[in-house]
Design a protein around this ligand. Structure first.
Ligand code: MG
Length: 161
């Protein structure tokens, strides 16, 4: 017998480069640097999607959305999360809660946390109190700490719908 809940973990990291749009958690942020990648490179939404897919026992986003597919160039990563939610729902799972930690030296995340939380709750069709968004720096250490990359950890609990 399987328990009526599942936990999932997601992680993603992207390089930060000058001149790229900076879209994090689906929120457009005014920044001279943005995450580099094949899609819009939204590191938060990628980590969230992988947490949902992992909890559902489904393949990760690299398999569902190959970064070699020209049709996915610069794609809106909200589509990736919507697909993950749909696939989880098809297996009978609903979002219980989501908690994320964004690791970034820049852009400064704190001013954007409320908007990201609101956007994630809309995307996952849950209330704001089911979403936790935290941001921290790497205290100047490693690629994130040197402002050359941005990373995100996500954990999600799915409940039997
Ligand atoms: Mg990614």
């Amino acid at each position: 017998m399987q328990p009526p809940f599942r936990i999932g973990l997601g992680y993603d990291i992207h390089a930060l480069v000058a001149g790229r749009p900076c879209i994090l958690g689906g929120v457009k942020i005014d920044s001279p640097v943005g995450p580099e990648g094949h899609s819009d490179a939204d590191v938060i939404l990628h980590a969230v999607a992988d947490a949902i897919l992992g909890a559902s026992g489904l393949p990760d986003i690299g398999q569902l959305f190959p970064n070699t597919d020209p049709a996915l160039k610069n794609m809106n990563s909200a589509r990736i999360v919507e697909r993950a939610v749909q696939e989880a729902a098809a297996k009978g799972w609903a979002i219980g809660n989501l908690d994320i930690v964004v690791l970034a030296e820049k852009p400064k995340m704190a001013p954007h946390v409320p908007a990201i939380r609101k956007n994630l709750s809309a995307l996952l069709r849950v209330t704001g109190d089911q979403i936790g968004v935290k941001a921290t720096t790497q205290e100047g250490m490693d690629a994130v700490g040197e402002g050359r990359a941005i990373a995100c950890h996500a954990v999600v609990l799915l409940i039997k719908a």
